[in-house]
Ligand binder design. Structure first.
Ligand SMILES: *Cc1c(COP(=O)(O)O)cnc(C)c1O
Length: 426
């Protein structure tokens, strides 16, 4: 049996296969660039593991207080080396990306301090952390004030406004690398590095925190290479490599990271406690796999952009733009397109491929939302997943894929669904 026949058995028609093949033929150079970055980053991670003498003793389960957890402490040294920082906090007790960001903020801000987001509106869940939307336990309740500097119309940092926003109270500035679920551009590490230098030249004591979610290993450099005091992310996205079942990380200066540890556990305890319960092998192995997994997800995003662009749908980023995160947005302009796309992703999954995703009223959203995720780890968005709110312009946000070939199959499946529903014609 050849590949054609194998795809046929997996439900992909020859027309869809041929169409996709043609699109892919035009992407060879893009994919080579991605492979170059993956190769570079693979060596970066490998070198850090070797330098820190990672050994199977580090995979042993610890329990209770977790004093002297060698696996945990060595993993943090590996992360610090990869991200080029003094220190790192990488823990299963950090429940998700929002939690990691909340720790970074609340650990380093005190009553009377001001936080400024200089990349416009932050990720939805941070609105409650900061208190933009009133919420129990928000920074606002603790007397931390907040301002926001918008990006320019072109989606660039507005240096003049950033400079003017700084006051005696300004303690921290936050930058979000990925667009998340907004329609703005994602910021490149180079741009982030440039603005960090700019802020530090005016006010060297301002702490810069970067929300690095979805950005890790997309480029060969990270915001931490350019003096970000804290760089923060989730382990069920890129750096967990699909294997970490939970967790978050914060890398940065020793002072900031110590503060984070005292906030995560308790003043006086800090990094010294926190058992790892047998999760260390998956953290190490996932981090080892992460450059390659991220590359697969990126190829999927670029393939989807180029494919759907051909049918006249608006795709963000477009087919040709450079990539700084793994998220792909596709505007279908009608409800059915979005639904059929998400169904395709679900039907392509290794887990729960037999279920049909239905739009539902998700808490915190003002419209129904449809989600496709047949993931090994619940909610993992480094695994092939898609979702979107059922309101104009009916945008599907698509990301992940533990392997490129799974991402490819998922996208073929979406096209097949849209063809069968008569929404696109080949
Ligand atoms: C995913 C994400 C978060 C929050 O992460 P959760 O793990 O969902 O809490 C924050 N910022 C950005 C840009 C993200 O993509």
């Amino acid at each position: 049996m050849n590949l054609y026949e194998m795809y046929d058995k997996a439900g992909i028609s020859r027309e869809v296969f041929d169409y996709c093949d043609k699109v892919l033929a035009g992407l060879k150079e893009r994919f080579e660039e991605i492979d170059y970055n993956a190769e570079f980053n693979q060596l970066k991670v490998l070198k850090a593991m070797q330098k820190n003498k990672v050994s199977d003793v580090h995979f042993a389960a610890t329990s209770g207080y977790g004093y002297n957890d060698l696996g945990r402490d060595t993993l943090e040294a590996v992360y610090a080396d990869v991200f080029n920082t003094e220190a790192a906090l990488v823990r299963p007790q950090i429940t998700c990306g929002t939690h990691a960001l909340a720790i970074a903020l609340s650990a380093n801000l005190r009553p009377g301090d001001e936080l400024i987001s200089i990349s416009g509106k932050p990720y939805d869940t941070l609105e409650e952390v900061i208190g933009i939307r009133p919420s129990k336990g928000s920074l606002k309740e603790y007397g931390v004030s907040y301002r926001q500097v918008e990006l320019t119309k072109e989606g660039l940092f507005d240096k003049e406004s950033i400079k003017n926003a700084i006051s005696d109270k300004t303690k921290m500035m936050a930058i979000q690398r990925s667009k998340g679920y907004l329609s703005r551009r994602t910021l490149s590490v180079e741009e982030i590095g440039d603005v960090i230098q700019f802020v530090k030249s005016i006010a060297p004591d301002i702490i810069i925190m970067v929300d690095n979610c979805y950005g890790e290993f997309v480029e060969t450099i990270e915001p931490s290479d350019f003096g970000a005091d804290m760089t923060v992310g989730s382990l069920i996205k890129n750096p967990g490599g699909g294997l970490a079942p939970i967790g978050g990380y914060i890398v940065g200066t020793k002072e900031c990271i110590d503060n984070c540890a005292y906030r995560l556990t308790a003043p006086g305890l800090g990094k010294e406690v926190g058992a790892t319960l047998g999760l260390m092998q998956s953290f190490y192995q996932g981090f080892f796999m992460a450059p390659e997994v991220t590359a697969g997800a990126l190829k999927g995003a670029i393939f989807a952009a180029n494919l759907y662009e051909k049918f006249g749908f608006k795709v963000i980023p477009d087919g040709k733009e450079p990539r700084y995160d793994i998220i792909q947005a596709i505007e279908f302009g009608n409800e059915q397109g979005l639904i059929e796309f998400c169904k395709g992703i679900q039907y392509a999954a290794p887990v729960d491929s037999y279920v049909t995703p239905e739009p539902w009223d998700m808490p915190g959203y003002d419209s129904k939302v449809i989600m496709a995720a047949g993931a090994f780890v619940q909610g993992s968005s480094i695994e092939l997943s898609a979702d979107g709110p059922l309101k104009p312009p009916y945008t599907a946000y698509f990301q992940g894929g533990l392997t490129w070939h799974h991402a490819k199959y998922g996208i073929m499946k979406t096209l097949l669904n849209l063809v069968n529903a008569g929404i696109v014609k080949l």
